[in-house]
Design a protein around this ligand. Structure first.
Ligand code: HEM
Length: 536
């Protein structure tokens, strides 16, 4: 080939290469520009109606968005800082991969969001789906099935009568925990309370839901529960990058399937035991010619209630397992974690602890017996201590599980498309100095002066959420925490451990709930004039 011919041949290929390079560059610039738009990539990909104000928000790392915020153990604090810096407390947008988020750190917008019917659904993570939680109340899509579960549980598990009826059980478990604590103090001269509180809380849920008691040290159930917490609480890449889904790089799906198998056996056995017990009762009553329905038994637990459901309300066994299993999850962790924070605060603030004890002592003096469930309404300072701890250390700083927009909607004047995940940063609200004077100071007295409602009507402090999907177990959870706190502070004086390496450390770690990063280790000094039992 002559030189000229070669030259002629080369021009088109060089041009084509350059064109390719140019196109790649153009694509890269477009992608980068998309990623850098407010709220990041997932927000840039939506088409929104014209003339809508843009929701402020960080663009985050290209493509990844705010992944690093969510793989951090202080996500609530990082999001609060971002909202403050970007002046986006009312509503902030951000992306994680292809998932679109809005988050509110303002009580007015938070109320609008949580109480809107548009946000009555929850986004379902892969782990929750694999663990069959989409058939349980907390993750079930908004609709007839979910409504039915809420109705059944509010009538048969969370009604004031039922909660009061379980008071004796809570007292008994409280006494058991105190005996364990006393034993540990004799043995070690210090106690690590987390495990004990967790077992107490687990026993409480197991007995009120399953009618089955758990002994301290029952590792089978404990292992199932903690594996579930770990799976639900950890960040799963394939929730936000669908292409990674089939690879299961973190092994989440595999672990979920193993766990589901074990849970099916464990809970399935309990359901079968209930069925057998009922057959025996029916048999006995037929022999005695007694026509009473065994299902009218007022003492039945929640498993009995589910077994009694009629026709269209009847649940399949696997639905029942999901519903029952979820109760353990929701009810155990939150109560134990909140109590650990309160006890840590009692150790750090001996003056507040003394004031609380004196309130309890006065009630005990009046009644002539140890503290019981019935005394709780007469302990205003105790309520204030619990509220102040919920304000400073909300177990669900981001309200644990988010909401999902069912259809296009508007929040605080901003367009939010269907499929957006919505969250409330309750921690940011309860630490906002424009809402709470001296928010970093632990001061229960603020609730004596101003009796803020915490059950979801006032979003300045709504640790149980608000609206249609507000926590149904809130009254039961509070009654448990309050009674055990009263028992523990009445029986023991809580002080720092002697060794400096065990000094109370309030560092946080956000997993499924907001835990103390360093478990509380302290001394519980028994008050010798105080016995254990409530009813002598
Ligand atoms: C201190 C104790 C507790 C705290 C702080 C707490 C907090 C929460 C929060 C923040 C939510 C989400 C609410 C929302 O989206 O607006 C929730 C939902 C839920 N909680 Fe609790 N909770 C506690 C105790 C309990 C207990 C004892 C149970 C049951 C035994 C329970 C069962 C549930 C269930 C089933 C849901 C899902 C409701 C639904 O989506 O319809 N919780 N909880």
């Amino acid at each position: 080939m002559s030189l000229e011919q070669e030259f002629l041949f080369l021009i088109p290929s060089t041009m084509a290469n350059n064109l390719n390079l140019f196109l790649c560059f153009l694509l890269f610039v477009c992608f980068f520009t998309l990623c850098l738009s407010p709220g990041g990539l997932a927000w840039a990909l939506i088409s929104k109606p014209k003339n809508q104000p843009i929701i402020p928000g960080p663009s985050g790392t290209p493509f990844l968005g705010q992944v690093s915020t969510f793989t951090n153990s202080l996500t609530h604090r990082l999001l609060a800082n971002l909202a403050h810096t970007l002046k986006a407390k009312s509503l902030m947008s951000f992306s994680i991969g292809f998932t679109r988020f809005v988050i509110s750190s303002n009580p007015i917008t938070a109320k609008e969001l949580l109480n809107s019917s548009a946000f009555a659904d929850r986004p379902i993570k892969e782990s929750a789906y694999e663990l069959l939680f989409h058939r349980a109340m907390g993750f079930a899509p908004y609709g007839e099935y979910w409504r039915n579960l809420r109705r059944i549980s509010s009538t048969f598990l969370f009604s004031p009568k039922r909660i009061c009826g379980f008071g004796v059980l809570r007292e008994r478990i409280g006494v058991k925990m105190m005996k364990e604590i006393e034993g540990l103090m004799v043995k070690n001269g210090k106690v690590e309370v987390r495990k004990l509180l967790h077992f107490g809380s687990l026993s409480n849920v197991m007995e009120s839901v399953f009618g089955k008691s758990v002994e301290f040290g029952d590792w089978e159930i404990e292992e199932l529960v903690s594996e579930g917490y770990d799976l639900l609480g950890s960040f799963n890449w394939s929730d936000h990058f669908p292409v990674l889904g089939w690879l299961d790089l973190q092994g989440v799906r595999k672990r979920c399937r193993v766990l589901v198998g074990k849970v099916n056996v464990f809970v399935g056995k309990i359901i079968e035991e209930h069925r057998m017990k009922r057959r025996v009762i029916v048999g006995d009553e037929e022999n005695n010619n007694n026509n009473n329905n065994p299902n009218d038994n007022e003492d039945g637990d929640f498993v009995d209630v589910l077994l009694d459901l009629e026709k269209e309300n009847k649940l399949t066994d696997s639905d029942m397992i999901a519903v029952l299993w979820e109760m353990i999850f929701r009810g155990t962790d939150t109560v134990a974690i909140l109590l650990e924070w309160i006890l840590a605060r009692m150790v750090l603030h001996p003056d507040i602890q003394a004031k609380l004890r004196s309130e309890i002592d006065q009630v005990v003096m009046k009644t002539g017996r140890n503290i019981s469930n019935l005394d709780l309404p007469n302990l205003p300072y105790l309520h204030a201590v619990v509220k102040e701890t919920l304000r400073m250390h909300p177990p669900g700083p981001l309200l644990s599980w988010a909401r999902l927009a069912i259809h296009d909607t508007h929040v605080a004047g901003h367009f939010v498309p269907a499929g957006t995940t919505a969250m409330v940063n309750m921690w940011a609200i309860t630490h906002d100095d424009q809402i709470w004077p001296d928010p970093t100071i632990y001061n229960p007295n603020r609730f004596i002066k101003d009796d803020v409602a915490i059950m979801g009507s006032d979003l300045r402090l709504a640790p149980f959420g608000s609206g249609r999907r507000v926590c149904p177990g809130k009254a039961m959870g509070l009654a448990t925490v309050e009674l055990w706190l009263a028992q523990l502070v009445h029986k023991f004086e809580w002080v720092q451990a002697s060794s400096s390496k065990n000094k109370v450390n309030l560092s946080e770690c956000l997993k499924l709930s907001l835990e103390m990063k360093h478990p509380l280790i302290c001394r519980a000094i028994p008050r010798n004039d105080v016995g254990f039992e409530s009813h002598p």
